[in-house]
Design a protein. Structure first.
Ligand code: SAM
Length: 279
């Protein structure tokens, strides 16, 4: 994580905590940051990861492979699909190879709106706002798509009449059934114009007992009780879209490059992702 922090502000010590950041409760963004080898996490987040690795020792590989998938998919969207605008909902903390860095390395004109509901993500993003006119970060909630798409910053950077991509990397999994993840995915698909794309990735219930056990620990950690939904449940997020090959597959199988970490590890099956195009 440290090698490519880019323009993001960094906190030097655990004592330098933004006032609205709660270090007593697990944060999804910070837990994920720890799995990726980052430093923006606290004891409570690390303890949750340790509980998860008691059940599945390779659990952090799921985060690493998901991040790898995001990078591969963003390269595809910009270099091959011609996308020049991206809304990344549940963007998480900065890491090696942030979406705007991957995209703007291909075309510096790509515009990116990062969205997250965790105050620590916004705190890191403030410096980004000051240094990059094509990239912004807003604090908003996935459960309110209209607030996201009608936000002045989104309107400033995203031309709603031109194709854009929405990234939902590792976020729908944190919604409970009663929060209607399928309905929210549908509302977001509605906003995407013809020729635009939706990316979705989540942990997956493969039917293995260790996936079920891991789901239990995720729930006990406060990350949500339905983090591991089945492939059949998740394919519905792409209703009405044309799936880009190879479809909704383990992150490790989505157009992997030679640098994919630990390619033969069976744990990869527990995190799946795909990209769909709106006809
Ligand atoms: C597991 S991280 C994934 C980060 C990144 N999208 C990726 O795939 O590499 C999930 C992120 O979603 C954010 N998140 C979770 N629920 C959210 C919600 N209801 N609204 C907005 N962001 C949310 C968390 O704060 C966290 O940063």
């Amino acid at each position: 994580m440290t090698e490519s922090a880019g323009p993001w502000k960094r906190f030097e010590t655990e004592h330098d905590v933004p006032p609205d950041v709660n270090t007593d409760e697990v944060s999804i963004a910070r837990l994920y940051d720890f799995c990726l080898g980052g430093k923006d996490n606290y004891a409570v987040d690390r303890a949750a990861v340790h509980a998860m690795t008691e059940v599945v020792p390779e659990m952090p590989l799921l985060a690493v492979a998901n991040r790898y998938f995001i990078r591969q998919a963003v390269r595809y969207l910009v270099a091959e699909a011609g996308i020049r605008q991206i809304v990344d909902i549940g963007s998480g903390l900065p890491t090696a190879g942030n979406v705007h860095e991957i995209a703007q390395a291909i075309d510096p004109g790509v515009r990116v709106v990062y969205v997250d509901n965790d105050p620590i993500v916004l705190a890191h993003g403030r410096a980004l706002l000051a240094t990059d006119a094509s990239t912004t970060v807003i604090k908003a909630d996935l459960r309110e798509p209209d607030v996201i798409f009608d936000h002045p910053e989104t309107r400033r950077l995203i031309d709603a009449d031109e194709p854009f991509a929405v990234l939902l990397g590792g976020i729908l999994m944190h919604l409970e059934d009663e929060e209607d993840p399928e309905g929210i995915a549908a509302a977001i698909r509605e906003r995407i114009p013809s020729g635009g794309y939706l990316l979705v990735s989540n942990t997956c219930d493969t039917g293995e007992s260790r996936a079920r056990e891991l789901n239990r620990v995720f729930a006990e950690s406060g990350l949500g009780s339905r983090c591991f939904r089945t492939w059949d449940e998740q394919i519905r997020y792409f209703d009405g879209l044309e799936l880009v090959a190879p479809g909704l597959v383990p992150n490790s199988e989505w157009r992997p490059g030679p640098d994919l970490p630990d390619p033969d590890n069976s744990t990869h099956a527990m995190h799946i992702g795909g990209v769909g195009r709106k006809p």
